[in-house]
Write a protein that binds this ligand. Structure first.
Ligand code: ZN
Length: 67
């Protein structure tokens, strides 16, 4: 994972919940959001990501955490 925030680097201001491919970069194999220190995201985008993933799950675009 690169050191710079992926979304800042890509000039994405708010994370799009429909962009499942981007969201998946920051999910572990159990579809949990990876912690900030591993995702390399800034605080703003880490929060943004959490919201987008939540929305994507509600819309059934991503599975909920696999237990
Ligand atoms: Zn960022």
């Amino acid at each position: 994972m690169e050191k710079q925030c992926y979304f800042c680097t890509s000039n994405i201001k708010s994370v799009d919940h429909k962009d499942v491919e981007s969201l998946k970069r920051f999910l572990d194999p159990q579809f949990r959001i990876v912690p900030k220190r591993r995702s390399g995201l800034c605080s703003l985008h880490q929060r943004n990501l959490a919201r987008a993933v939540k929305r994507a799950r509600v819309m059934a675009m991503l599975p909920f955490v696999v237990r």
